[in-house]
Every structure is written in C-alpha cells, then in structure tokens.
Design a protein around this ligand. Structure first.
Ligand code: GLC
Length: 744
C-alpha cells in the first residue's frame, strides 16, 4: 500500500522557553505582606520560634498518632507545623487545638511525603521520568495533590530533583535521573502539578524542592556521604533542576543532609543565601531535612546543638524539622547576640506568608472535608490516570525476534517472585498507599491461557521452586518472568555495592532461557540494575520500575500490545558496578577511548559503554530520522543577550517505518567543540514526544537559545563562546544524526 506521506510540517516552538518566560518564582502580594506584618507585630518571641518549628507525629498501628506533649506545644504556640499527620479527622483534631486553644490562633501547616501519589499510587518518580511525558508527569502530581489535600494535607515534601549518576544510591528512585535538562523540565512539571492553578485553591499544596543541594552525588554512592566537586561542575550538572523548580513557583525548599564544599547544606550561606536568595530570588521558606541542624555537630562544623542552630539561622534556614533546636536555643542565642531579631522575624514572615497564601486564616479547616476525602481517594479517574502514566513509564529494553507483543493464542508460563505480588508494586515512599489496592501482574493478565509458578523468592538461595517453574515452562509457548527488587531496598538509606538482582532470580531466568522457549523478562525495581546474563540471554526485557496501584494492568497493556511502549531511560544502566558512575554527558578527556590504542581512557576488563544508555528505549514499531538541517550554517549572536534565541533552528523529519502506531521521544543534543572549559561530548537541550501512525512522517523543529549553547566559562561567568557546535538529533543518546553549525 502506498505509504502515507503526510509530511505535515510541525513547527514546534520551544515551549519550555515560553513556559520559562511565563513561570515566575513565588512572589507574595503586598496584601499578604501587610497581613503578615500585622500578625508579626503581635507575636511573642516564643510564638515566633514556634512558627519555625516542625515536628512529626507518631505512627501507630492504624496510622499517625500525636506524641504526648506536642498538643501542649501546639497550645503554647511552640509548634506551628506538623508532618506525617493526615486524614481529615486527625488533621481537624490537631488544627482545632491551634485555632481554638492558642492565643493568636495561627493555623498549622501539615506536611507529608507525597512522592508519587497519596492513596492512588503512581509509578516511582524515576519511572515517570522514563515517560518523558511532561503532561503525564504533571497530571500525576496533580492527582497526588488533589488526593492529599482532600485528606487534610497542605504541604508535600516533593519534588525530589536531585540529579544522580550513581545507582548504588538507593534514592535515585525518587528523582528524574542523570540529566539536568530532563530533570529541570520534570521539576517544573511536578511543581505545577503539586501547586495547581494557584495557592489557596482547596486542591493546591505547597511544593518543597529537595534536597538542596547536590544530595544525589554522595561519594561512593553511599547515602548521606560527602559531596564535593568544582563549583562550575556543580552549577552545570547538579543545580539546574532546583532553579527550574523555583522558577516554576515552588513555595518551599528543603536542605539536604550532605555537606558541599566542606559546609553542611543546612549551614551553607553559599547555598541558602548566595544561590537561593541572591541569585535565584527565592522568597518562600527553607525547611531542613529531618534533624539535619543537629547533625551539623556530627559533621564537625559546630561543637554543640546551640551553635548548630546559630549556624543554620545565620545561613538562611527558616524552619527546623524535628530537631527541636530552634525551640530549645534560639531565645538564648538571641540574648547573646549570636542571631538577630531581624533574622528571626524574616524567617517567621516567610512561613506566615505561605499560611496566608493557602487561605488557612480564612478557613483553617478547608482541607478537612470528610465528604470530599471519601469521594476523592482512589477515584476511578485517578486509577485511570495512574494506569495511563504507568504504561507510558515502561521502557522496552530488548525485543529480539519481536517476541512481543504476546499473541492471544499463546500458552503463557507466568513465573517469578513478582508475578503474583502486590506488596512491592507501590514501591518506596508510598504515601498513604495500600498495596491491597494494587493490580498484580497475574491479575492484569487474567483471562489469558496461562499457568503460574513463583520459581523463587525475591532474595535467599532457595532453588526448590525452579523445578515447577521449568515444568510449566515446558508446557508453554512463551515465558513471562517477573523479577526485581523489594520496595525497601531502593530509597533512603539503601545504598548498595552490588546492584544485581538479589537472591537467585537471575539464575532462575537463565535456567528458563535454557529451555529454548522465548523468555520475556519483566523488571520491577527502583534503580538501574546490573543484569548481564539476562541482558544477553532473554529475548525481551521490559523495565517497569514500581508502577503503583495499576501496575498489573499497565504491564498487561504493553505485553498484549494494547499500548506500544514509548519509555526512554532517564538514567544509564551499568554493565557492572565497576563502571559507576557511567553517564552519557561525559567529557572527552585528552585520550578518548580508541579500541586500537592501549593508551586511551578505558577499562581492560569492561567496556566503557553502559548496558543501556540514557535516552534509550525500543518500540513495537521503528522510526527513521533524516539528517538534521540547520536554518543557517553560521549564526551570529552579537548583541543577543543570553536566553534569547540565536536565530538558529534545527529540523529533522521522523518517520514511522513500522506496522503499528507509536510514540517516539525525539531528542536534541549539542556539543560545543571548543570551549574555554572542557565540554561534554553531548548535552540534552530539547525533546519532543510525538505520536506517528504507520508510514507517517513529521518534521520536528527545535529553536536554539543562547542559553542552550552557554556554559560556565573559565572565568566562571555563564555564557556562550563563538565556535563550532554539533547539533545532534535521535531516539537515544547513543543513536543520533548530526549537523555542524558555527556561531560567531
Ligand atoms: C527524610 C528524607 C526527606 C523527607 C523527610 C521527611 O529523612 O530525607 O526526603 O522528606 O525525612 O519525611
């Protein structure tokens, strides 16, 4: 059939540039400021310090409880903020104490880690990042905020935007992977989803950008460990997503546990004043991470808790999470002149502004509507959204002989410790999620001509289940085996030196591969894993992360071909731990790898390349790219200030050369061939996710800005340098076509 040549030229203006222009950091209005001043003038010092204090409630068998003494603290005005307290009934009970039993009736903030859903659980953030679908990611955050705010909450400790190239660090599951450009766009989407149309709406919560800053680069990949790198490198590769979140209007920021350049983040004027306030113009408030003021004593930069509090307030920390240090020592520090009244007042202003913004003074119980709570949590529309986002998050890593999608006539052997499992599907940091609400993979495949065997456990050396697994495999046409990680081995304080599959899971898969039947591996994990045997022997591999409440349905949709997988990796998968950190935007070095020379940058026992690179993901169809064209061979930027377009655009025509419709993430990378500081061999500067019907072609255009071509130069200024640039476009960081331009 004559292929459809609807070459509809789609000129795609760089929306993120426009969005960037439209988005603004949070700015309080004059009216809010006036109300704050009036209230501030009435407050005692104790009441002011209470607004700078945040305590957790306890976790009882049926959920959060209030620790004895906190209600008295609230009554005295000594605690103005709580976290880990949710449900309308519990929040109403505690808010009542604040607004009816205190002198000034200042409402409480209620915070919680709503990281990838509140009750309806969405894919873990690293999984959502694999969708490269900013609308879907914003939708996910919007649903999470809608549910959480219906359950009494008005503040979430999200988005986590820490860039990381080190999968030994278990918290990669909470972020958006290794790239600052993708991480920045996703940070914006999440802030917009969390904060909704405007603060003060009943379904809007305060976002909290964390962990500021550089927490994702701990030495050795060991959680909480030291972070140290040059300021140029820090600014180019690690800071952008925090700034993007601030520019998207994020109301609060959380400091990180780590030190940077020898100073713990909670005591760093460079981070909290120079960068955050002076350079980025942030006007929200800064909260610490859990007792991270106290921990500055262990860091060894202060001798005791009191000095830690003084260092923190002088650096720019507004609120003390769980440390109790501001409550215990600030009054004395003030009396001794170690801190000033002005500093305390400014911190209190920042907190009160956002309580006014939320509308809490007009209606302290606005987030406590039990009817709304009942009708909102796990609403069918939310489950449908979770299934949609989950499908988009799945990455097809391998599909030899096109064994996928499954065919209805096939007899399936469903095997593996995660095939009939719900408990792990909601992953770590799962909010108020209940795994019993999940759809397992076995349930998602219900109705298929299928036998099931567990095969082995998620860890341990018991191989007794192999025999039954091999028996049903022998009776099947195709094997689907679900393996991966327990939800509690990726996340906080879960750094690992080995990131293979625990136990005998990979061995089970390899035994199944020996049967000669086609083997489809479904991975469920929170971090990139090292699986060389599976990578070599399996016929097909789906990376499904922890997909949340609708996991089983989403995976089944992809297995049956109801949804053509479109995910792309947001983080490189190493071949072995010895390569870590392995990432796409590396520098050339003076001796770039050359297979024909001994004296080049390489390992003698492993390849330099990852098992699967950043931006990689297959489809059930195929795509072809023309060589990109640039609007000019030589562009001039004289007089065009940074951030404005350099009047250069690059276009490429993408065609669906397969038999089924599919989405492709068209990625734009640049390389600055000569710079006054060493430049990465490629850097992501744009992407578009487009749907193409079989045979359809479409032109995709990227407008380049001066910022896209700029970097921190040898004199530490940010800007562009004239010279040649390679502009690359493709469907993966390791599969691009290039055009060279010159910029004068
Ligand atoms: C934890 C985490 C942080 C979280 C906070 C409150 O230690 O580091 O991400 O938001 O405490 O739960």
């Amino acid at each position: 059939m004559q292929s459809i040549k609807s070459l509809s030229t789609t000129v795609i203006v760089l929306l993120c540039c426009l969005t960037g222009l439209l988005a603004q950091p949070y700015r309080p209005s004059a009216a809010i400021n006036a109300r704050v001043e009036t209230l501030l003038s009435k407050m005692t010092l104790e009441e002011k310090i209470g607004q700078l204090t945040l305590y957790t409630t306890d976790w009882g068998s049926t959920g959060p409880t209030i620790r004895e003494g906190y209600k008295d603290d609230i009554r005295k005005g000594a605690c103005g903020n709580l976290f880990n307290s949710h449900s309308t009934a519990f929040v109403r009970e505690l808010q009542k104490v604040a607004v009816e039993e205190t002198r000034l009736k200042i409402p409480l903030l209620f915070g919680f880690d709503v990281i990838h859903g509140y009750k309806t659980i969405f894919p873990i953030p690293l999984g959502e990042a694999a969708s490269w679908d900013l609308e879907a990611i914003e939708k996910s955050a919007r649903v999470a905020s809608t549910e959480a705010s219906a359950a009494g909450l008005n503040w979430t400790f999200a988005p986590m935007v820490d860039i990381s190239r080190d999968p030994r660090w278990g918290r990669v599951m909470e972020g958006a992977g290794e790239d600052p450009y993708l991480g920045s766009r996703i940070a914006e989407a999440r802030v917009k989803g969390i904060q909704g149309k405007k603060l003060g709406d009943p379904d809007a919560m305060l976002a909290c950008v964390k962990h500021f800053a550089g927490y994702g680069a701990p030495m050795g990949g060991r959680d909480y460990n030291t972070v140290d790198m040059s300021e140029k490198y820090f600014r180019e590769f690690y800071l952008p997503p925090y700034q993007a979140a601030i520019n998207a209007g994020a109301a609060t920021v959380m400091t990180s546990f780590n030190d940077y350049d020898g100073i713990p983040a909670s005591g760093s004027k460079f981070l909290l004043d120079q960068i955050l306030r002076k350079e980025w113009g942030f006007e929200g408030f800064v909260v610490t991470d859990y007792t991270s003021i106290n921990e500055m004593v262990m860091h060894g930069v202060v001798a005791n808790d009191k000095e830690a509090g003084e260092l923190a307030l002088n650096a720019g920390v507004d609120m003390d999470m769980q440390g109790g240090i501001y409550q215990a020592y600030l009054k004395k520090s003030l009396q001794e002149g170690k801190v000033t009244q002005a500093q305390i007042d400014e911190a209190v202003r920042r907190v009160l502004r956002l309580k006014f913004e939320l509308g809490l003074f007009e209606d302290p119980y606005k987030f406590c509507n039990a009817e709304r709570e009942k009708n909102t949590l796990l609403a069918p529309a939310h489950r449908a959204a979770a299934r949609e986002v989950a499908r988009k998050s799945i990455v097809l890593l391998k599909n030899d002989q096109e064994v996928l999608p499954l065919k209805p006539s096939q007899k399936i052997a469903l095997i593996g410790p995660l095939a009939d499992n719900k408990t792990e599907l909601i992953g770590n940091w799962n909010g108020a999620g209940n795994f019993n609400d999940c759809v397992s993979l076995k349930e998602g495949l219900s109705g298929a001509n299928m036998q099931y065997a567990k095969g082995c456990e998620l860890d341990g050396a018991d191989r007794s289940g192999f025999q039954e697994a091999l028996r049903i495999a022998g009776q099947s046409d195709i094997i689907v085996v679900a393996v991966g990680e327990k939800a509690n081995i990726s996340g906080e304080a879960t750094s690992k030196t080995q990131i293979n599959l625990p136990g005998v899971q990979e061995e089970l898969v390899l035994e199944l591969c020996k049967t000669g039947k086609p083997v489809v591996v479904v991975l469920m994990n929170g971090r990139p894993v090292v699986i060389p045997g599976i990578a070599e022997k399996a016929n097909a591999i789906l990376e499904t992360w922890w997909l949340g409440t609708e996991a089983g349905n989403a995976i089944a949709d992809v297995l049956w071909g109801k949804y053509n997988p479109s995910g792309k990796l947001p983080m490189s998968f190493p071949r072995s731990e010895g390569q870590i950190p392995v990432f796409y935007n590396e520098k050339s070095t003076g001796r770039p790898f050359d297979p024909n020379s001994k004296w080049t940058s390489k390992y003698i026992d492993e390849s330099n390349s990852p098992q699967w690179p950043f931006g990689y993901g297959l489809s059930y169809t195929s795509f072809a790219y023309t060589t990109p064209k640039a609007s000019v061979e030589t562009a001039t930027t004289r007089g065009i200030p940074s951030g404005k377009q350099v009047k250069v655009w690059v276009s490429v025509t993408v065609s669906n050369t397969g038999k089924v419709a599919g989405e492709e993430v068209v990625q734009l990378y640049i390389r600055d061939l000569v710079g006054s500081t060493t430049r990465p061999v490629k850097a992501l500067k744009g992407f578009r996710k487009i749907m193409l019907q079989p045979g359809e072609s479409r032109e995709v255009r990227f407008d380049l800005t001066a910022d896209d071509l700029s970097f921190y130069r040898s004199d530490n200024t940010f800007g562009m340098e004239p010279g040649e640039f390679d502009i690359m476009v493709g469907g993966s960081s390791n599969d691009v076509k290039s055009v060279r331009i010159r910029v004068n």
